[in-house]
Design a protein around this ligand. Structure first.
Ligand SMILES: *[C@@H]1O[C@H](CO)[C@@H](O)[C@H](O)[C@H]1NC(C)=O
Ligand SMILES: [Fe+2]
Length: 404
């Protein structure tokens, strides 16, 4: 289905869904951490859940990622008003947003103060995120009993046969972009590809595992300000045995061919999380772009109706010049897209929807220009992969940037 940007807004309006602003960004200050790296010496990685032989096959990278302190703390989503705002100081904020907020039924001083407090709280949460995330990982490791421990190590049997076929093709020395495109059949939207990723049984077990985690007393962080119901998979210990090999051995061969112009050959870190959309919880997700060079979004289930994803253009193109394309997303399927490709989700109208999101980053790209603030980043130490920046374009970066 195609709609122009304008039509799209009015169409979406039927679901009381409004796109208020295209100056949108995800919360970006989340440092993810690689728990193996944090708690153990780098050259002796072990994981209580994985057999030791596993680590010979998949040596995990151990590198301190960096966080950009320029951009991150400044963009916020006011969920209640479906509005993204920049915040530097109270004075700047009043000047820039008070008139607009007044028109959005935030019209008393008390309501305005509530908005301010919400932002200040979020500033604080982001500032402390790296430390609290490390604390949570440690506690989870200590007290959480996985329901399906085998899930924490990637196995070929979890992957859909069609996906394995695609990756096999990408790993061939004579693989070409055109050959791959033929195999992928059609684009779901410009440069958006859809293909099965996991077997159904794996999706079901993963949801069971995450439900088990949700119900446990283990501490929970939230992926970002846009999704309240979600799980940070690195805190659960999924990075080393699962997402790092998935990115390095399976996804990067694919992105190398599809997005060489967006760092697709050099994706050297990631942030993986699961979001849940439920009738009583988060229903939709406003128009935004990701803090990633390339994003893979996999639909894990369960029974839901509606709630499709829609894509606009890359973020530099204004919404009024954009034709939005709605994309259907079925269980086990992944949608692969450029992080800077603007997108949003329509509200679900019944059921519950779980999505696995992998934001993949290329330090080579983002070290030059932070995609969230369009400036050269000012970096500070982060935990684990942090936001996917690195300090120097050193040897380790170059090694990981192999041409496939
Ligand atoms: C992933 O796709 C689903 C549609 O299947 C959408 O509801 C969701 O918002 C997307 N997630 C993110 C974080 O973009
Ligand atoms: Fe997104």
């Amino acid at each position: 289905k195609k709609h122009t940007g304008k039509n799209w807004i009015s169409l979406a309006g039927r679901f009381s869904f409004r796109v208020q602003s295209i100056v949108i960004a995800f919360n970006t200050l989340h440092a993810s951490n690689v728990s193996g790296c944090l708690f153990q010496p780098c050259d002796k990685l072990t994981h209580s859940l994985c057999p030791p032989s596993y680590w010979v096959r998949w040596p995990a990278p151990c590198r301190q990622g960096k966080t950009n302190i320029n951009s991150d703390s400044s963009v916020f989503l006011l969920k209640k008003y479906k509005l993204h705002v920049r915040f530097v100081s109270e004075q700047q904020f009043r000047l820039d947003y008070e008139p607009l907020l007044r028109t959005l039924s935030c019209d008393t001083e008390q309501q305005f103060t509530e908005v301010l407090n919400e932002i200040l709280q979020e500033v604080d949460r982001r500032r402390r995120f790296s430390a609290t995330s490390a604390e949570r990982s440690a506690v989870i490791k200590d007290i959480y009993q996985p329901l399906h421990p085998q899930l924490y190590c990637l196995q070929e049997s979890y992957l859909a046969p069609k996906f394995k076929k695609i990756i096999e093709y990408c790993q061939r020395s004579d693989a070409s972009q055109q050959g791959l495109l033929d195999l992928l059949e059609e684009e779901a939207a410009p440069r958006v590809y859809r293909f099965p990723v996991f077997e159904r049984g794996f999706c079901e077990q993963l949801m069971e595992e995450l439900e088990n985690f949700e119900q446990s007393s283990a501490p929970k962080g939230r992926p970002n300000t846009m999704n309240h119901y979600g799980i940070l998979l690195n805190e659960l210990g999924f990075d080393e045995g699962f997402f790092t090999p998935l990115r390095e051995q399976y996804l990067r061969p694919l992105t190398s061919l599809l997005y060489p112009d967006w760092g697709g050959r050099c994706l050297d870190s990631h942030k993986a999380f699961v979001v849940k959309y439920d009738m009583n919880e988060d229903l939709d997700l406003s128009y935004h772009y990701d803090n990633a060079e390339v994003t893979l979004n996999v639909s894990l289930g369960k029974d839901f109706t509606d709630g499709n994803l829609y894509f606009g253009d890359i973020r530099q193109i204004p919404l009024c010049e954009t034709e939005c394309v709605e994309v259907e997303h079925r269980m086990t399927e992944g949608l692969l897209h450029r992080g800077q490709h603007m997108h949003g989700a329509l509200p679900i109208s019944s059921g519950q929807r779980w999505n696995l999101i992998i934001w993949m980053r290329a330090s080579q790209e983002r070290n030059k220009l932070c995609p969230m603030c369009d400036r050269k980043p000012t970096l500070v130490e982060g935990m684990g992969f942090a936001d996917g920046f690195t300090k120097h374009s050193d040897a380790s970066t170059l090694v990981s940037c192999v041409l496939t």
